[in-house]
Design a binder for this molecule. Structure first.
Ligand SMILES: [Zn+2]
Length: 318
């Protein structure tokens, strides 16, 4: 059985795991890091984390067939360079070369984290068995990954596949990218919280106030919880939110007509109820109505391990 290492770089921590060729994590660990650290310091920490998990698993360097690294931002995969990662202070950072100063193996690869997660889901998660699939993650922002004919599609220098920044409303809400009306500004958890707060301000009697108080804040669950209890204002928030997500999903379906659309990220924890609402919207509005093939909307299944498994699968797929 072959083994790979998957490294998942996040804003405050780096996770690493040893993953076998069947996509099972056999050992994993995490180390704290800080965005203001110089990248060389972070890479050394990353390497030491790899040494630690190897020793925990009782494996040697020679037992690892490849290392994959997933990182947010624009990644120039062929050159192993992080062109730009907003929250991490990386600009044209030669991460793979730096890592190879310590790790004496050639098979080291890097990709955008959503692209990695898409590949992981395609090989080992709910994307299994499909030829083309699109992965969407609904969190602080809206991330996306495209697997076309079994390969990651990332565009020139890895700067493509940013579906979160397609506009769904001209002159709409301001987006972090500088444009207005981006999908991310409507379909992210951040946007849902903003819309929940607006609805709460307009509806002082809504159940959402009570539920938010129980959570101690307005989070992405408040409107869903209240809607399930038949709160009118909350139902409107959820209905509109599904429309926003559905609009972007249908746009992508009409371009790519994938076999499946996978939905991940914090909001996907709403589960079947939530996925069914998106599926219903998609069935109704996808191009070709009853004539063209329907596209399945499913919940991504690797959950918290998507980062590590996705990064490792990058090395497997080479
Ligand atoms: Zn944008």
């Amino acid at each position: 059985m072959k083994h790979y290492i998957g490294i998942d770089i996040g804003g405050m921590s780096v996770k690493a795991g040893i993953v076998n060729e069947e996509g099972k994590i056999i050992c994993k660990d995490i180390c704290q890091t800080f965005p203001d650290k110089h990248y060389s310091v972070m890479v050394k920490d990353m390497y030491e984390l790899c040494v630690k998990i190897l020793s925990d698993a009782g494996l040697r360097f020679e037992d690892i067939s490849g290392v994959g690294i997933g990182c947010p931002g624009t990644i120039y995969a062929e050159k192993g360079i992080i062109t730009f990662a907003n929250n991490l202070n990386f600009h044209d950072t030669p991460l793979v070369d730096e890592f190879k100063k310590y790790w004496k193996g050639d098979a080291v690869y890097i990709e955008n984290d959503a692209n990695c997660a898409a590949l992981g889901e395609y090989l080992f998660g709910s994307g299994k068995g499909s030829r083309n699939c699109i992965f969407i993650t609904l969190g602080t922002g809206v991330g996306s990954g495209f697997i076309l004919d079994g390969k990651i599609f990332a565009g020139k220098m890895g700067a493509g596949a940013e579906a979160g920044h397609m506009v769904i409303r001209i002159d709409g809400e301001k987006c972090t990218c500088g444009r207005r009306g981006c999908w991310e500004a409507y379909a992210s958890a951040t946007a849902l919280i903003r819309d929940t707060q607006k609805a709460m301000a307009k509806n002082p009697d809504s159940l959402m106030h009570k539920i938010a108080a129980q959570y101690g804040k307005v989070n992405g669950r408040v409107a869903f919880d209240a809607a399930k209890q038949n709160d009118k204002a909350a139902k409107q928030v959820v209905k509109r939110y599904i429309k926003y997500i559905g609009c972007g999903v249908v746009n992508l379906i009409n371009i790519f007509r994938p076999d499946k659309v996978l939905i991940g990220g914090g909001i996907s924890n709403e589960g079947d109820y939530f996925i069914k609402l998106i599926q219903r919207y998609v069935n109704r509005y996808h191009y070709g109505g009853k004539i063209n093939p329907r596209v399945k909307v499913v919940r991504a299944s690797l959950l918290n391990d998507a980062g590590i498994i996705g990064a490792a699968s990058l090395a497997m797929n080479k």
